[in-house]
Ligand binder design. Structure first.
Ligand code: AP5
Ligand code: MG
Length: 221
């Protein structure tokens, strides 16, 4: 089944967590612009250095830089049978660029999944989040702990706090989200491809609901 999906939601809504489950079940690649930026930061690239200056302040990385990364990524062979975009688009301009790229290859998005979570839940989740310093996999000390404390289940590397998960930076990211990303709800609602989910439910419960709703709507068939 080919599916071209976007995951929308505030910082900490559970996009990365759901993306991992969904891409595994649907056998499509997981494309997270945040993960791509963090990988570049780890590798000390020019892109990483530039992205970090925005990310550390809780600001969005400029559209041009972000759009070019996604354009290049979507050209790769593994995207031919679909993909899941996590954290992109995040502005109307990014959404328009994505539409134009897909249009140029004669395709379009099948579904946009929006995870709704309140601000107080988000702040609590971020405080308990730990990520793998090597592969970037995300955990939570209470809600989604690793098998061995402080160690990644997948690659055995150390789990660390994310640089932008300090409470003051989280609040800035939330402000950016409300100002620049929230208008995308209306953008995709008008296209008739938006599906809403309560992101405050359990991790697997949410994944099951997403799969059931997409199936019921005949998405990607
Ligand atoms: P990005 O990495 O995309 O961060 P974000 O959108 O702020 O979202 P997060 O990754 O923080 O949260 P998430 O929704 O993935 O939640 P998670 O599953 O980890 O972007 C980082 C920065 O990069 C941006 O601020 C910006 O500067 C830049 N950037 C990225 N894309 C950009 C773009 N397109 N344009 C411009 N700039 C861009 O879950 C959070 C925690 O909660 C985890 O600990 C998890 O285990 C736990 N959890 C998840 N689901 C549940 C649940 N259902 N119940 C209980 N706990 C849960
Ligand atoms: Mg994420």
């Amino acid at each position: 089944m080919q599916m071209k999906i976007v995951l929308l939601g505030a910082p900490g809504a559970g996009k990365g967590t759901q993306a991992e489950n969904l891409t595994c079940m649907l056998s499509i690649p997981h494309i997270s612009t945040g993960d791509i930026f963090r990988e570049n930061i780890r590798n000390g690239t020019k892109l990483g250095l530039e992205a970090k200056s925005y990310m550390d302040k809780g600001l969005l990385v400029p559209d041009e830089l972000t759009v070019n990364i996604v354009k290049e990524r979507l050209k790769k062979d593994d995207c031919k049978n679909g993909f899941l975009l996590d954290g992109f688009p995040r502005t109307i301009s990014q959404a328009e660029s994505l539409d134009a790229v897909l249009d140029s290859i004669g395709t379009k998005l099948d579904a946009v999944i929006n995870l709704d979570v309140t601000d107080d839940v988000i702040v609590k989740r971020m405080a308990g989040r730990r990520i793998c310093q090597n592969c970037g996999k995300s955990y939570h000390v209470v809600n989604h702990p690793p098998k061995v404390e402080g160690i990644c289940d997948d690659c055995g590397s150390k789990l660390i706090l994310r640089d932008d998960d300090k409470e003051e930076t989280v609040l800035k990211r939330l402000r950016e989200y409300k100002e620049k990303t929230l208008p995308l709800i209306d953008y995709y609602e008008k296209k008739g491809i938006l599906f809403h989910f309560d992101g405050a439910k359990g991790i697997m419960e949410t994944t099951d609901e997403i799969i059931a709703k997409l199936k019921a709507a005949g998405v990607g068939i």
